[in-house]
Design a protein around this ligand. Structure first.
Ligand code: TXA
Ligand code: MG
Length: 322
């Protein structure tokens, strides 16, 4: 493997990253949601290297990234619902789980042996340029060690993965800040596997149908959503939710203003109570409070609408017993 380096994003850097991907190396790149750790989806060895670098359990399948809907349609079978969602939200923070086509070249390791594949067209100029340049589908989980907070900057990636990644393309901070919404369309009843950057209600409007929420702990959940482990997105500090006034020694993650008289470290997800801003700040602020060396983080209540569903999902996992 070549020497690790972080390249600012110019055409040369994209070409170098594409070459590395094609020869089976791992490359981290920015998307609008979080940084992804990319590998050639058609190479068993490259996909295996992703699981190893992340310390990720092999039963947790990966998302396949492609530059256009057309490329996605070569790998999985689209129906009218999938076409409508792709038209409305791609490129963008939506992942659609669909049946794999016969002869699809994606490694079975990428989908953990499932007959379905999760597909996404990211909305980021660097990600799209890289996908076009390398000409192969790219699996890309979030570029963090498994179970930790997702990275929204190149520095986060480097801190988590160090020399495990050949190259990091530095595209600055991620605009959306939480991962893509994952929707399952492998059965007649569409299901929400993970709330994310596109609001559930927006997807339901396009489908003209409500999404059933699949939770890994219930019924069919473990089979349909193998990756949604309860404890995830965990900072080192303990996390306590729905707090208006932090206790002694607790750092505070506020929403809509830090109450007066707080002496522990405090950050505000969004002084204006804007959920998009809060989502964009969430992971970086959790990391920064964690790095301040506190043992507990109290988090203000976040409204449960729009992007609030994704924010609360990540916070619940961060607060889950480990
Ligand atoms: O925003 C994102 O989606 C980012 C960026 C880099 O694109 N990627 C990301 O990947 O969050 P990851 O690996 O951290 O999360 C992938 C999720 C997991 O919850 C996994 O279980 C689910 O997608 N998934 C992947 N393939 C699946 C499949 N065939 N069926 C059901 N769920 C699947
Ligand atoms: Mg992840």
């Amino acid at each position: 493997m070549s020497r690790p380096q972080d390249l600012p994003v110019e055409k040369d850097a994209i070409d170098r990253a594409a070459t590395l991907l094609r020869q089976g190396d791992l490359v981290a790149f920015p998307t609008e949601t979080v940084y992804g750790l990319g590998a050639d989806a058609t190479s068993d060895a490259a996909v295996a290297a992703i699981y190893a670098a992340k310390g990720r359990p092999r039963f947790n399948p990966l998302i396949v990234h492609v530059p256009t809907t057309r490329d996605a349609r070569r790998l999985v079978r689209f129906d009218d619902r999938a076409l409508a969602l792709a038209k409305a939200f791609w490129p963008g923070p939506l992942t659609i789980v669909l049946p794999r086509r016969r002869g699809c070249p994606v490694s079975w390791l990428a989908s953990a042996g499932l007959p379905s594949l999760a597909m996404r067209v990211p909305d980021h100029p660097v990600a799209l340029a890289l996908l076009r340049a390398c000409g192969t589908p790219v699996v890309a989980p979030s570029a963090n060690r498994s179970g930790r907070v997702s990275p929204t900057s190149a520095a986060h990636v480097r801190r988590d993965l160090g020399r495990r990644v050949a190259l990091v393309l530095d595209g600055g901070s991620c605009r959306v800040g939480v991962e893509s919404t994952v929707v399952d369309l492998t059965s007649p009843k569409p299901a929400l596997l993970r709330p994310g950057g596109i609001a559930k209600s927006a997807i339901e409007r396009v489908l003209g149908q409500t999404l059933r929420r699949i939770r890994p702990e219930n019924g069919d959940g473990a089979r349909l959503s193998p990756g949604q482990l309860a404890s995830h997105y965990a900072p080192r500090a303990r996390v306590r939710l729905g707090v208006r006034h932090p206790g002694p020694g607790e750092a505070f993650l506020a929403f809509g203003g830090v109450p007066a008289g707080i002496e522990t470290p405090a950050l505000d997800l969004s002084p204006q109570r804007n959920l998009a801003e809060a989502a964009a700040n969430l992971f970086a602020m959790l990391r920064s409070l964690d790095r301040a060396g506190v043992t507990a983080i109290a988090v203000a209540p976040i409204p449960h609408r729009g992007l609030g569903l994704a924010i609360n999902d990540r916070l619940e996992r961060a607060a889950a017993p480990r």
